[in-house]
Design a binder for this molecule. Structure first.
Ligand code: WTA
Length: 647
């Protein structure tokens, strides 16, 4: 990788208001102290926080043990995550969850009610003979029952794996098989943008295609749809206890797995990222307090779907561990119209709002009249996640949604890191649009050059790495220790955790994320491996070869451009028909998010003499750039001219 010269220099600075500074959870003095405490003694720093944020059933004596790349945190301690998120707040008078459905129904769930529901659900899981260590797939939209199901699993030490409800039956099947899940929890169906999605049918398809490991399917009735029932199916109404029940939370070892969450890598199938109980909970909890500044009287709306890590850490585990109120909305941002988000904020007096740049850009496009016609002054803090936010969108968000008064926390983190790693502390950081600023106390990052040295100068890009272990770090990839070592620890002599992102400093030492260094694309803030899309395309009967690259997209951040060569004997259909067919195919194989925006057909793809497709050239072409770098290893130079013609 050549060092990446940085192009964008952003000069504007935004300070938090005096009122915000006076009321924030972590003040400038406290932040200085936290950084100093960490530097002085990392172990006692983490020990203090673990005792402050977590209610332990059995206290720990060990803090961080193990050696690279396998670490354990608080390994002799015991706790229950569900108890930390629910039981200890049952006397709270605020709601735990406010749920708004796409059709406009609203449900408030107090902590006491949540406690009852989690207990009932746990009881039912036990009745299904599920026990500690079993894996259970949750294939549901973002409704309270998904949160309840997660917390019920946590209560019994069952490892949950939430699969995004927009994934196809094949994607679901792959994940079920990979983690050898014993049960699937799903809904009859749900609506998104007014369109019906029949989840139970998708589960049936996945199981029919061969998931012998699944011994039971639990169906929660979300829409009152008629469903077909198989031998292993239980409906919620059949299995739920008739009266209220109490199921004691199991004291779990700190290192017991809480969940597996699948995410894309640059090669091969999705990786089952494993997270532990105590370490994960600690970072979620403390970042909810420090970065989102959450207090019990806040109404926190994190728009993420429960199927992504943001939905795990900042819809469920972080805010609930603090006893705050989370708002969830299970619909599309622009349904039934472009005002939906702002209307929800006004009606529910949302105080902290966390969303993705792609949503901001979508809403920005519909114009300023929309947010202007709503009262958004309940908001006091805004956040973004998932991809770099372009300064224009940042400034619009600050002005139009935050009315110039709300700090914006641009939070950098990953499925693998479990919680925010690089983010502003909203009461003290000077904010510049486009940078996620500096690592949080306790987190040590570096940017590395191609020689393996740390970059300290401004505006030179390199690999972003994390130097020291942290409690919520991934514990590995399910069933694939080698891939874990290879993907995250193979460079730099195994000394540092490799994030897969490239970044640079500005002259104030703020970190700017520049993009991925591997073949992972970031579409609307969701990670996808280009390989996954390529494998889906070549699995089509008429496709000989396919190469997938990304290009910049105004709303989605990045979009997919697929170059496809069809098999010789393929009937001559017009290309747009093939393109439609392939889009449908990818949707079926992976899900709508993976559908290529552009498809170009070509008899030939650029290849090296050893037969490797040169994706670098295709990337240049898709992005309308000059062809850069060496082309001398190209087997057939004329292919570039041919490709230019069809674009
Ligand atoms: C990208 C989502 C720039 C990054 C929490 C990372 C970001 C990947 C930011 C992880 C941000 C996330 N600024 N880029 N604030 N946040 N990313 O696992 O490339 O779905 O590696 O976790 O998203 O995506 P994931």
């Amino acid at each position: 990788m050549k060092d990446i010269e940085s192009a964008l220099i952003e000069e504007r600075l935004y300070r938090p208001t005096k009122k915000f500074q006076e009321n924030c959870n972590i003040t400038a003095e406290q932040a200085i102290k936290q950084h100093a405490d960490y530097k002085f003694n990392p172990e006692s720093f983490w020990k203090g926080l673990a005792n402050q944020f977590i209610e332990w059933d059995k206290p720990f004596t060990k803090i961080c043990s193990g050696s690279r790349p396998f670490f354990k945190w608080f390994e002799d301690g015991e706790l229950n995550v569900s108890k930390n998120c629910v039981d200890r707040h049952i006397k709270n008078t605020n709601n735990a969850i406010i749920h708004i459905s796409e059709s406009g129904k609203k449900e408030n769930i107090s902590y006491k009610k949540l406690y009852e529901k989690v207990n009932r659900f746990s009881w039912s899981l036990k009745k299904m003979k599920l026990k500690e260590g079993d894996r259970v797939i949750i294939y549901m939209p973002t409704i309270p029952e998904s949160i309840i199901a997660m917390l019920a699993c946590a209560r019994l030490g069952i490892i949950h794996s939430v699969v995004f409800a927009g994934f196809s039956s094949e994607s679901l099947k792959d994940r079920i098989i990979d983690c050898n899940a014993k049960a699937v929890i799903t809904v009859d169906g749900f609506k998104r943008s007014g369109k019906l999605i029949e989840s139970k049918k998708v589960v049936d398809e996945a199981i029919e295609a061969g998931c012998e490991c699944v011994k039971a399917v639990l169906i929660f009735n979300n829409l009152n749809l008629k469903i077909s029932k198989n031998k292993i199916d239980f409906t919620w109404d059949e299995i739920a206890p008739r009266e209220s029940v109490v199921v004691d939370p199991l004291s779990m070892n700190a290192e017991a797995l809480l969940f597996i969450l699948y995410t894309s890598g640059s090669t091969g199938k999705p990786k089952g990222i494993m997270h532990s109980s105590a370490g994960y909970l600690l970072n979620c909890s403390l970042t909810s307090r420090w970065v989102f500044d959450l207090k019990e009287n806040d109404i926190f709306w994190c728009t993420a779907d429960i199927g992504w890590v943001t939905g795990h850490s900042y819809v469920v585990y972080g805010p609930l561990s603090l006893g705050a109120t989370v708002l969830i909305y299970d619909g599309a941002p622009t349904y039934p119209d472009k005002n939906r988000f702002w209307k929800i904020i006004e009606e529910n007096k949302v105080t902290v709002f966390y969303t993705a740049p792609t949503a901001i850009r979508t809403l920005m496009k519909v114009g300023e009249d929309s947010p202007r016609s709503f009262k958004l002054d309940s908001l006091r803090l805004l956040g973004t996640v998932g991809e770099p936010i372009n300064p224009k969108a940042w400034v619009w968000y600050h002005k139009m949604i935050g009315l110039g008064n709300c700090p914006i926390v641009d939070t950098w983190w990953q499925t693998e890191t479990g919680a925010n790693m690089i983010a502003p502390l909203p009461g003290i950081s000077d904010l510049a649009p486009g940078t996620c600023t500096k690592p949080l106390p306790g987190i040590e990052t570096a940017i590395m050059d191609t020689n393996g040295d740390e970059i300290t100068n401004a505006n030179i890009g390199g690999d972003l790495v994390i130097k020291n272990p942290w409690p919520s770090m991934l514990r590995g990839i399910w069933n694939d220790e080698n891939r874990y070592k290879q993907t995250y620890w193979s460079k730099y002599n195994g000394k540092y955790y490799i994030t897969g992102d490239t970044a640079r400093y500005d002259d104030k030492g703020n970190i700017w994320i520049m993009g991925r260094s591997d073949d992972v694309v970031n579409i609307s803030g969701h990670r996808l491996g280009t390989m996954e899309v390529e494998s889906a395309l070549v699995a089509h009967i008429n496709v000989a070869e396919a190469a997938v690259v990304s290009y910049k997209h105004e709303i989605k951040g990045e979009a997919i451009h697929a170059f496809v060569s069809l098999k010789q004997n393929t009937k001559k259909l017009d290309n747009s028909k093939y393109a439609d067919e392939l889009r449908q195919w990818v949707k079926k194989k992976i899900g709508s998010i993976a559908v290529p925006e552009r498809i170009s057909f070509s008899d030939m793809l650029p290849k090296t003499r050893s037969g490797k497709i040169m994706r670098r050239l295709l990337r240049n072409l898709a992005r309308g750039e000059e062809i850069s770098g060496d082309t001398s290893t190209l087997e057939n130079e004329s292919v570039i001219a041919q490709l230019r013609e069809i674009l």
